[in-house]
Each structure stands twice: as structure tokens, then as C-alpha cells.
Design a protein around this ligand. Structure first.
Ligand code: FES
Length: 118
């Protein structure tokens, strides 16, 4: 794994979210409840803007499009969308449940770094 500097620690205040391109990946950097999270900015369901989602329980993010929920610490699916209700069986075939990609973070010399698999 390679650690990539993405932002000065002081530039991401509590409650802030930034989407950035890190080595070709669109990653949302979120500071919430004193924790730093790095996750895929697009929802694994149908590509919604996950970084704009509501956060609950400190580390669960809910997609604003169809309300899938993911654990920002592990990427685990907490709730997978049933949207659209009628076509869900068909859609399920083309949009099976997928984990959220999450990345480790650390702060080194005042810089936030994200761990990327090489
Ligand atoms: S795009 Fe996120 S739940 Fe559908």
C-alpha cells in the first residue's frame, strides 16, 4: 500500500467534506465526530453522490439518492436500496449489493494521507 498526501490537516475542519481525485480515484474525505474517513465518492448502488449523504451514529452514511447505508469505517453495507420497488427484482440482477470502498487515513507532519492499494 502506498500513502498519498491529499490535504493539509488544518484545511479540513470538523464536519467538512471534500471530494478529490487521488491517483485516478474519486475519493470523499470527511471529518466527522473527530474521525477522518476516506471513501469512494460515488455510491456503489447507482453512482449517487454519496459524499453528500446524511451521517448517523458517527460513521454510517446514507446515500441521498435511494437511501442505501454504508459503514464508513469498514465499507460494510448496512442497508441496500430497494429502489425502484417494482423493478427491484430485475434491478437486483444488474445492481447486486456491493460494499463501499473505503481507504485508511493517517496524519503525518500536518498532512492527511490516504492509503491506496498499488
Ligand atoms: S445511488 Fe445510492 S442508493 Fe442508489
Amino acid at each position: 500500500m502506498k500513502w498519498v498526501k491529499v490535504l493539509a490537516d488544518a484545511e479540513l475542519a470538523e464536519g467538512e467534506r471534500r471530494v478529490m481525485d487521488v491517483q485516478g480515484r474519486s475519493i470523499a474525505l470527511i471529518r466527522h465526530g473527530g474521525e477522518l474517513f476516506a471513501l469512494g465518492a460515488k455510491c456503489p448502488h447507482l453512482g449517487g453522490p454519496l459524499h453528500k449523504g446524511k451521517i448517523s451514529d458517527g460513521h454510517i452514511i446514507e446515500c441521498p439518492w435511494h437511501h442505501s447505508k454504508f459503514d464508513m469505517r469498514t465499507g460494510e453495507v448496512i442497508a441496500w436500496s430497494t429502489w425502484p420497488p417494482v423493478a427491484n427484482v430485475v434491478l437486483g440482477a444488474i445492481s447486486p449489493e456491493k460494499r463501499l470502498t473505503v481507504y485508511p487515513t493517517r496524519v503525518q507532519d500536518g498532512q492527511i494521507e490516504v492509503g491506496i492499494e498499488e
